[in-house]
Design a protein around this ligand. Structure first.
Ligand code: 2HA
Ligand code: ZN
Length: 275
């Protein structure tokens, strides 16, 4: 089968385009990766032509030999559906998880996303934490969540609690909460380590003054997670724009009742009493 005819590739392209339409991907902002299933790799094998091995910039031994779909560095989400062969690629990792080679795509040159170390370290953490279920790592620049990193304390507790309060679905969609990474230089190993450390507990990490990372089992769940968090952030921005205080909100005991009825565990560290 041709790469562009494969369902997993169509799903990847649709998700990228959905993100573009949401306004989360100005210029070359954001990046997306998918850990390809072995049978999916086989289904497109005829089109895979391995290039040269290059260093990942991080070590991900648990991902040795895996294949990924990844957006290209400097490429625009806007163009993923318009010129797919130029905008993303399939890479293969070596037996140590230290080098990669491009096997398809990026026909006009270039390399995988500048955030490849963060993507792969998150994939490695999530592979273990989810028993292999998580396959998608998504980084975007949604405006409302970024705006909140200027006015909320940069703690997991403050962000999780405020986001949960803004929409009843939130604690059900991300019951573990969200993690917050302070401002750091993007693209390198340090921010990858900080993010993947948070991803051991959470499916969402917020990068202060930059954007968000989300992890999930498939394209729908991962996009839906990013969308839910950003929608909640938008409501908080609206509330704060109208008034510095809330007249009423969801209380800790109401969250506990919700948790019971919906069968989710909500960590008590997020259900603190506010003064
Ligand atoms: O340009 O979003 O974090 C891609 C990015 C870097
Ligand atoms: Zn970014």
């Amino acid at each position: 089968m041709k790469v562009l005819d494969a369902e997993f590739v169509k799903g990847f392209m649709r998700m990228a385009d959905d993100g573009w339409r949401q306004g989360w991907h100005e210029r070359n902002g954001g990046n997306l990766s998918y850990r390809i299933k072995p049978e999916e790799v086989e289904s497109v094998r005829e089109e895979l032509i391995p290039g040269e091995w290059k260093p990942i910039g991080a070590s991900v031994p648990k991902l040795a030999g895996e294949y990924f779909l990844v957006t290209g560095s400097g490429k625009y989400f806007r163009n993923v559906t318009i010129k797919p062969e130029d905008s993303f690629c399939i890479i293969e990792l070596d037996g140590m998880g230290e080098n990669y080679r491009v096997c398809w795509g990026l026909v006009n040159g270039g390399r995988p996303t500048s955030e490849l170390p963060s993507h792969l370290m998150n994939h490695e953490v999530k592979l273990l934490a989810s028993n292999g279920k998580h396959r998608v790592i998504y980084h975007a620049h949604p405006a409302n969540i970024i705006a909140l990193t200027f006015v909320l304390p940069l703690t997991d507790e403050a962000f999780t609690r405020e986001l949960w309060e803004m929409a009843t679905e939130c604690p059900v969609v991300f019951p573990a909460g969200v993690g917050v990474v302070p401002w750091m230089v993007p693209g390198g190993r340090d921010i990858a380590v900080a993010t993947s450390e948070l991803m051991k507990q959470y499916d969402v990490a917020i990068w202060a003054h930059h954007g968000m990372f989300a992890s999930g089992e498939d394209f729908d769940l991962t996009f839906g997670l990013m969308h839910t968090v950003e929608k909640s952030a938008e409501i908080l921005v609206k509330v704060r724009s109208m008034s510095p205080t809330k007249l009423q909100t969801i209380t800790p005991d109401e969250f506990r009742r919700l948790a019971k009825d919906f069968g989710v565990d909500l960590p008590e560290k997020f259900l603190f009493e506010k003064d």
